[in-house]
Design a protein around this ligand. Sequence first.
Ligand code: ACM
Length: 759
Amino acid sequence: MKKIFFTIALSLVVTTLVMAQKQINLPLIPLPQKLEIGQGGFEINESTVLYSESEDAINDLNFLQAYITDHYGITLKSTIGAKQKKSVSVKRNATMKPDAYTLRIDSMSVRIEGGSGAGVFYGIQTLIQLLPAGKTTKLHVASVNIEDEPRFSWRGMHLDVSRHFFTVKEVKKYLDYLAMYKLNTFHWHLTDDQGWRIEIKKYPKLTSISAYRKGTLIGHYSETPERYDTIQYGGFYTQDEIRDVVAYASARHITVVPEIEMPGHALAALAAYPMLACTSGPFEVGRSWGVFKDVFCPLDVTFNFLEDVLTEVTDLFPGKYIHIGGDECPKDRWKESPFCQELMKRNGLKDEHELQSYFVQRIGKFLQTKNKKMIGWDEILEGGIAEDATIMSWRGYSGGVQAAKLKHDVVMTPTAYCYFDYYQSTSPSEPLAIGGYLPLSMVYKFEPVADVLSADEAKYILGTQGNLWTEYIGDFKKVEYMTMPRMAALAEVAWTAKERKDYSSFASRLSSHTKLLSFLNINYSKAFYDISTRVTPNGDRGINVELLCAYPNGQIRYTTNMTEPNSSSPIYDKKFSYDQSMMLKAALFEGPQMKGNVFSQRYLVNYATGKEIVLQDQPDPEYNKGGGFTLVNGILGNLPWNGNDWLGFQKTGLNATIDLGMARGISQVTLDVLSDSVSWIYPPSSMEVLVSENNIDFTSVGKLDSISIRKAGRQATIKFSKKEVRFVKVIATTAGKIQAGAPGAGNDSWIMVDEISVN
Ligand code: ACM
C-alpha cells in the first residue's frame, strides 16, 4: 500500500459551465487523431457479411463477430476473401505503422485497415463504439473517415489482486474494458503482504499458506482502535488460469506484465517460507494495510527462491517485461541484521539503499538470462539504477525525469493523476477510498512528458498507466466504479495527440458514451457531473459563492431551503452573496434529467468569514490552493480529507492574524484541524489565541497545550471572557517528528487546517 503521497499537488480543476468548445458528437474515446464525419451511414444487419481480406486478420474479425452475437443476438457470417458490396471488411496493411488503422464507413461498406493485428483490432474497437448502445438487430453506424494511431506505446492499467482477489472471469472483464479504450498493457499486481496469488509449482506453500489471510482490517487504516474480521480471505490463480488470462489478453492485443514484489511487500511469502527473512519469524499473512518491516533478506536462499519463482513466471508470461516491485521497502531489518551489514561491507555498499540496489541488480541480471526486461517502481533508482531497468514513476514526476535523463525507459504513473484508488468525488455519499482526490478532469489534464525533458529525453517516456490498489475495493462492481470513467480519460491521455485534447469535448463524448457503459452493465461513476463551489470575500459582508461544473453542458439548479433540487428548481446563473450561514443544494440537469450527485454545502458565516487574513508563514506550496482566505471562506474542508480546502504546514506551524474590520465583542475562537496519521497529519501540539485592538500589541487570551481530536471530530476551541477587539491571532504548532512505528516515522509531521471561526 502507499501513503497518500505528499509531494504532489491535488488541485480541483474546474471550468465554468459556459465553455465555447467545438463538440464532437460521436461517442468515441479515445478521440481519433483524424476524424471526418460524413452524411448518413451504414446498417449492419443479419444479412451483412464480415470479410477478412487477408488471412492474418481473421482472428480480429472473429472478435467482432463474437461481439455482435453476444451483444445484439445476431450471428453474421465471417469469411476470408475479397470484400463484397454491403459488407464489413478488415485487412492488414504492412505499409502502415503497426498500431495505426483506418476506418471508413459510407452507405456501401465498413472498411478497416490496420498496420498489424493490433491496428485492425483498434479499428474494430472504434467501430464497436459507433454501434447502437441498446439491443437491436439493425446496427446503424455513422459515416466516418478515420485515420488513427496512438501517441504512446505503453497504455496501461494495473490491478492489485493481493489486497482483494478477483476471479478469472472478473479479470477478463477488466481486460475487456482495457480493450475498449485501446489500452495495451495489463499490469497484474500478483503478490503483496496480504496475499500471494500465483501458483508456483516448486513452492506449494505459496498457495496453501501465502494465498490466505486469517482476517481483514475493517474500515479505514487510519481508524483507531483497529478492528478486524476473522474471516479467512484469499485465493490464487493456477498456472492454467494464468495461461488462460494471458491468452485472453493476447487476443485483445494486450500484454500482461506480472508483478512479483521484492524486496518489500513480501510478508505473505515469508509466512510460508520464514527462512527468506532476516529474522526467524513466525510471520502471518498481512491482515492490515500499510508497509511491513519484515521483507526479503538478501540471502543466497532468497535469491535461489526468487530465481525459481521468476523462472516459472517468465515461462507463463510471454511479454518482455517482468515487474519486480521495489517500492516501500523498510530497511529496519537489514540495519539490524549482522548478515546484511557484513554483505554490505564485503560488497562495498555504503548504505541500505545500495543494498537494495544490489538486490535489484542481481535480479535484473537473472531476468536478462531469461531474455526479459525488468521494470520497477521508482525506488529502484535509489542506491543506483540497475542496467537496462525501466522505471515506473509513481511518487510524482521526479523519478521519471531522473530516469529519462539517465537514458532509461519510463512509464509515468504519478499518484496525483494515475491513482484510481483516490476519491473521484467530494460527495459525502462516495464509497470509502484510501484518501486523496483525483477527479476525472485531473486525470484528463495529465501530461506524461515533463516539460523539463528535452526532445531526446522525452523519447524514454514509453507512456502511462492507471493504478488500482484494492485495499478498499472488495468487489468487482467497485473496481468498475473506481476505474470507470477515469480509465477512459487516461486512455485519451495515452492515445490522443496532446494538441487534440480538450476536456470539454471529452466530457461531452463521455456523456454519450455512458449509454454504452450502461448497455454493458458497467458500474461507472457519475462524479464528472459534480458541482463544486468557489468562494470569494464580499468586503465587510461575508462571502460571494459561485457554483462550478467541469462538465460543459446542461444547467445547475439549486435550493436554499434544505430540499433536494429538481428540474423545476431555479437555474443558477449568477453568484450569491451570503452574510449569514446558509445551506445550498444544487445539481446538474440536462432537460428534466439530473445527471450527477446532489451538491450540498453549508456556508458558515461568523465574524471572521470573508475578512482579511495574514499568514506569517506560507503553507507548503503543494497544500496551499486558496491561500490564507481558505481559513475564513466559510467552508469546512471535506472529510475524508482530499487535499481541497485545507492548508498544509510541515516546516512551520500556523500563525494567522485576522482583521475583523472593526472591533467586535468576541469570546470564542475555533480552529478546524485534521488528524490522519497514515498521511503523516497530526493535530497541532499547541494552539494559542491572542487579540489586539491595533494589530501591534497582542494579548494572549488562551492556550491549549495538547489537542486531542476525536476520529470524526476536528475542532480545537479556546473560550475566553468577552473582549472588544479588531485583530485575532491564532498560533498552532506542528507535532514535530513522527514517532517510531507510525507511518512516515522520522519525517516531519504535518498540520492541516481549514477554518478559523471567531464568535
Ligand atoms: C506504490 O503505490 N506503492 C507503488
